[in-house]
Design a protein around this ligand. Structure first.
Ligand code: SF4
Length: 440
């Protein structure tokens, strides 16, 4: 995790990048004479070279069904919503967006408009993408240089060797078995890293949650959106958790083991097995960093886990404003104050505190949200912001947020990153949970 110098966005004339679209066969191609357009709330902006970088390795391109691309006609200088290919009469075309790889913050969503029959988009982030000199260009800024989830370093055959080895070393451990499914069926990079003996290992534990996030990857009641992975169907014992964690800590230098994964509910609801597991790990070794990704809903439970030896927490927030938090997280039996109280307890205990800030350009970069973030950090000196692109239908998200709060014109994610870094230079930026060796 490096402190990246975020430059102030001085607007200078720059080359427009070409729009890319797809046809019904899923073939992606550039549109001569048209520029790509980025979208942020009500803002639509033609994309230029200086606002984009070559699409980072590992990113995926997606066709957006029942939607039409919004592009910039370079001849007329106007924005257009295209239904058909201007060069092949009758050929239906669709917008293309980039699901960028970890460590890159989306500056703009890909611009599109919905057809009447459009449903919710699946749970991904939809970054703006274009074409320049035979390369795809993404509108992103890098906030973490660590190659923790670089797929080029996570070969399937090496994962298989690791799985085989762990089967021998922990034949009856159900958590080890669950992580095999995560690595092989869901392609979970955290589970793969456990079998590869790299960086951070996941310790999913809780089948339950006291929030109902609109974008929850493992639980979707409405049926309008499909889940990305099933929730863990059993509760591992403290012994099983400690065994997996110690395996990783023994093998990996500057290791991190983390509760709170995409395939589970919230780990605070499983504190009865987690607290003894942490105590067990710490009774064996002081090495490694024990981290918890959580919604921070139970401050008293968190105290117990800190007493047991928890080193760091990462608390998820889509917004620093209660009304915008509540409509997204839909808390059950807790409220926003509890989350803030958890952060304050961790700070008072000198634990490393990160927020998992679910970023959506068009909302996160509105003056109201930026002011709230600045006021929050002034009052609650967290150690790190993990800028995570929100995996949720952008147009639907903005209209949901607009339904509970007024928002001014987005100032741009680059400006947000720059301002926060300028005001709070000691607040780290990144994407991954750091080991304690890197807390300072
Ligand atoms: S806090 Fe996590 S597990 Fe709970 S609903 Fe939200 S995303 Fe899902």
């Amino acid at each position: 995790m490096t402190l990246l110098k975020i430059t102030k966005s001085g607007r200078k004339k720059s080359t427009l990048i070409k729009a890319v679209v797809a046809n019904s066969a899923g073939e992606i191609f550039e549109l001569e004479g048209y520029a790509a357009v980025g979208m942020a709330g009500s803002l639509r902006r033609p994309l230029t070279l200086d606002q984009t970088i070559n699409m980072p390795y590992g990113g995926e391109l997606m066709l957006l069904p029942d939607r039409r691309p919004v592009v910039f006609n370079m001849e007329t200088g106007l924005l257009e919503t295209l239904k058909v290919n201007p060069y092949i009469p009758g050929e239906q075309i669709y917008p293309v967006a980039a699901f960028n790889s970890p460590g890159y913050v989306t500056m703009y969503a890909g611009a599109y408009s919905e057809d009447k029959e459009a449903g919710y988009l699946p749970l991904f982030s939809y970054g703006a993408v274009g074409w320049h000199k035979d390369k795809f260009r993404s509108a992103v800024i890098r906030v973490d240089r660590e190659r923790r989830q670089d797929l080029r370093l996570m070969k399937t055959e090496d994962v298989a060797v690791g799985i085989h080895k762990m089967q021998k070393e922990m034949p009856d451990n159900r958590l080890r078995k669950h992580l095999e499914k995560c690595a092989l069926k869901y392609g979970c990079p955290a589970a793969k890293n456990f079998f590869l003996g790299r960086y951070e290992a996941p310790l999913p534990t809780s089948g339950h949650c006291n929030a109902r996030c609109l974008g929850c990857l493992s639980f979707q009641k409405s049926g309008k959106i499909s889940i990305s992975q099933e929730r863990i169907a059993f509760q591992p014992t403290s012994a099983e958790i400690a065994e997996v964690a110690l395996q990783h800590i023994r093998k990996v230098n500057k290791s991190v083991v983390s509760f709170g994964q995409g395939c589970e509910g919230d780990p605070l609801l499983a504190a009865d097995v987690i607290a003894p597991a942490i105590a067990k790990i710490r009774s064996v070794t002081s090495r490694g960093t024990i981290n918890m990704n959580t919604n921070g809903s139970r401050p008293d439970t968190l105290k117990r886990l800190f007493d047991a030896g928890l080193d760091s927490i990462r608390i998820s927030l889509n917004s620093i404003r209660r009304e915008c938090y509540d409509i997204y997280f839909q808390p059950k039996g807790y409220d926003f104050n509890d989350v803030i109280k958890s952060i304050d307890i961790a700070i008072s205990r000198k634990k490393f505190v990160a927020i998992n800030y679910l970023n959506s350009p068009g909302f996160t970069d509105t003056p109201q949200e930026l002011d709230a973030l600045i006021a929050f950090i002034r009052q609650h000196r967290i150690n790190m912001i993990q800028w995570r692109n929100l995996n949720f239908d952008p147009l639907r998200y903005w209209s949901i947020m607009e339904s509970v709060a007024q928002h001014g014109k987005p100032v741009g994610m680059q400006k947000v990153l720059y301002r926060i870094q300028k005001l709070f230079p000691d607040v780290k930026y990144g994407y991954f949970n750091p080991p304690k060796e890197k807390f300072k």
